[in-house]
Design a protein around this ligand. Structure first.
Ligand code: AMP
Length: 271
């Protein structure tokens, strides 16, 4: 494992032949990230992980400054990869804020975008930059961030990045809570309540009803008393709400526990 912090050093390391697998992260790595890293390693000749807390995807007042930074243990999780790219902000953005913009008006304004305006523009820009820097054949993203995955797929399609985007299953705690770097913010009481989000989503798959309004209403009952930003059953490609479950769909939810926002989603089988 080579750890580098400049674009020039990274480009020197990346071989000219064979497949390159890439996992972009913001660090604070957990078993969810590990599953992406393991796939990148096993499916490619050369595996690269980036660790960069991207200021362009945080709005003022969000948790950029307090986002967990755990480089030492992150590098432990990357021991088997070929290169770890850990750039500072000036390396990624010689001029900040950048003048270039990547926007996704349709896909990025709904769901997370309603609460975090501009977030996916920042994601789209940094992922474009990282694809240009790393030049991967395959890039591994978690289904945990489903709207992000949908946006990255469109980014690759629309801008002709020669990258195969691989969506990886969400890794969960034994009670169902999706692993997230932000779970460390939760108090014991919040952690106990957090599980309601995945329970609500699983209840949609477990129900025999095909009535979307009814499914949503009973899932929301599980979240009764909690602050729910959204809970929708949507088309997996464009994330627009669906009215019937005749095709595979995805249920997406977001809740707030104190100052922490949690998101989760689940594939829903047709009924
Ligand atoms: P982040 O460091 O939060 O930007 O996440 C980096 C990558 O790890 C993204 O593609 C996430 O979707 C993915 N990821 C985060 N949590 C999980 C999880 N619980 N299971 C699988 N992938 C995840």
């Amino acid at each position: 494992m080579k750890v580098v912090s400049t674009v020039a050093e990274l480009r020197q390391l990346i071989p000219g032949s064979g497949t390159v697998g890439f996992v972009p992260t913001m660090g604070a790595l957990h078993e969810g990230h590990q599953s992406l890293i393991n796939r990148a390693r096993s499916e490619n000749d050369f595996a690269v992980v980036s660790i960069f807390v991207n200021p362009a995807q945080f709005a003022p007042g969000e948790d950029f400054d307090r986002y967990p930074r755990t480089l030492e243990s992150d590098l432990e999780r990357c021991r088997e990869v070929d290169a770890v790219f850990v750039p500072g902000v000036p390396e990624m953005y010689p001029v900040f804020p950048p003048a270039a913009k990547v926007t996704f008006p349709e896909l990025a304004d709904k769901l997370e975008g309603e609460v975090r305006p501009g977030h996916f523009d920042g994601v789209g820009l940094v992922v474009s930059k990282l694809f240009n820097i790393v030049g991967p054949c395959r890039a591994y993203f978690g289904k945990k961030d489903r709207q992000q995955l949908a946006i990255i797929r469109r980014l690759v399609l629309d801008l002709n990045f020669p990258v195969d985007v691989i969506g990886c299953e969400t890794v969960r705690e034994s009670d169902g809570l999706a692993l997230s770097s932000r779970n460390v913010y939760l108090s014991d009481d919040e952690r106990a309540r957090a599980v309601k989000l995945s329970r609500a989503l699983f209840s949609i798959n477990e129900s025999r009803s095909s009535d979307v309004a009814e499914l949503r209403a009973s899932a929301l009952q599980i979240l009764d008393g909690e602050t729910v930003d959204y809970l929708v059953i949507a088309d997996p490609d464009n994330l627009d709400p669906v009215t019937e479950l005749t095709r595979p769909a995805v249920a997406l939810g977001a809740m707030r526990l104190g100052n922490t926002r949690l998101i989760d989603n689940l594939d829903i089988d047709p009924k």
